[in-house]
Design a protein around this ligand. Structure first.
Ligand SMILES: Nc1ncnc2c1ncn2[C@@H]1O[C@H](COP(=O)(O)OP(=O)(O)O)[C@@H](O)[C@H]1O
Ligand SMILES: [Mg+2]
Length: 364
């Protein structure tokens, strides 16, 4: 069934969603492209960070943050070392890895989702048992993993949540990354990686210790730590941009009030995360949840849906209050106390936040 028959897909991969920008970059890009890269490292970095091209095409920023981090990430992928994106949840590790794969390989869909149950066949290969029984081991009976397919095609493969993968399966990756080849004893041969092959892994800071990466595996990676947005303005920009994109995908109208409410949600998240109010005057207690940028995006998008379908045409504090409360209060006892203290001690004191304060009380 084609996409047209099936209706509009809910979420197109980056290489489709941003096909026009990528094509424009390909046209103007006259720098050297490593291996089978679709773009030069310069053009990949421009795709991620945004910019205006010589022909006037505006490339939207995908990642908002230090330019140097993106340059290190892209340069790493052009060497024989793999890339590990590390950070707390919601710092755009998955997002950046998808866009890197889209810009470099034109395909971000070669993906291994790391869990405690990820087996060797997700990293090496499996078998189509019907064919295996009928014909014996053959290329046709072999089911390649995303890693094997990326090796054969000279593309990037993504491994999400690397540290959650059991150690023996992680070990299978060491051979791939050091030998650039995957033995297939059943067929008496091996698949060798084509130039352009590399691997981007993501891992969560907070998972450290669950399955600490072996030093042998860690040595194969250059680690880039993605930070939380440095300033309120940066974080507001990230949330506003992403909410705009998601809202359009969900066919939600743009509502007045959006900019102000986004700023307030981000302010609340940052103050609780950092343990101090934006003016630096009042200490606040920190709840157990992460209150990530990604969560702010989801709270605002949800609020927008409420306002669009059940509101009066303006995004209001009461459309966001339940979402904010849900993000802050993870632990029913401890977090609720933290939230009430913040609400009474900080929100209540802000003259221009009356509606927000009232909505916060209403939903608690
Ligand atoms: N610095 C940033 N620049 C651009 N988008 C960001 C940034 N931080 C977070 N986001 C947004 O937050 C969402 C979260 O990201 P995700 O990649 O799932 O996080 P992670 O994998 O680190 O947990 C994405 O929609 C992304 O657009
Ligand atoms: Mg992720």
């Amino acid at each position: 069934m084609s996409d047209e028959q099936a209706g509009t897909v809910l979420r197109a991969p980056a290489e489709e969603a941003f096909a026009e920008e990528l094509a424009a970059l390909e046209r103007v890009d006259d720098r050297v492209r490593p291996g089978s890269w679709r773009l030069s490292p310069w053009a990949v970095a421009t795709y991620l960070l945004g910019g205006t091209l010589a022909d006037g095409t505006v490339v939207t920023p995908k990642y908002v943050g230090p330019r140097r981090l993106v340059e290190v990430a892209v340069a790493t992928l052009a060497t024989d070392r793999a890339l590990l994106l590390l950070g707390v949840p919601g710092t755009a590790k998955t997002w950046v890895s998808e866009h890197l794969a889209a810009a470099i390989s034109g395909d971000s869909t070669l993906l291994v989702q790391g869990t405690a149950g990820t087996g060797e066949e997700a990293v090496r290969y499996g078998w189509n048992y019907a064919r295996l029984l009928a014909e014996g081991p053959s290329r046709a009976a072999l089911v390649p993993s995303p890693v094997l397919r990326a090796m054969a095609a000279g593309q990037l493969v993504r491994v999400e949540e690397l540290t959650r993968i059991p150690p023996d399966v992680q070990d299978a990756l060491i051979t791939v990354l050091s030998e650039k080849a995957l033995p297939i004893p059943e067929l008496g041969g091996q698949t060798q990686a084509v130039r352009g092959f590399n691997l981007i892994a993501t891992a969560n800071d907070r998972d450290r210790g669950v399955n600490e990466l072996s030093s042998a595996l860690r040595r194969r990676f250059t680690t880039v730590v993605l930070p939380l947005p440095a300033t309120l303005d940066q974080e507001v920009e990230i949330v506003a941009r992403r909410v705009g994109q998601l809202g359009r995908a969900l066919e939600l109208p743009e509502l007045p009030g959006g900019a102000q409410e986004i700023r307030r949600v981000v302010t609340v998240f940052r103050e609780l995360r950092e343990g101090v109010t934006a003016d630096g005057r009042t200490k606040v207690r920190t709840p157990t949840g992460t209150l990530s940028t990604a969560e702010a995006i989801s709270v605002v998008t949800h609020g927008l849906a409420l306002a669009a379908h059940f509101g009066d045409g303006v995004l209001r504090a009461r459309d966001l209050a339940a979402g904010v409360l849900g993000a802050v209060v993870r632990d029913q006892v401890a977090d609720r106390a933290v939230w009430r203290e913040y609400r009474e001690g900080v929100l209540r004191e802000r003259a221009d936040w009356r509606d927000f304060y009232r909505a916060a009380c209403e939903f608690d």
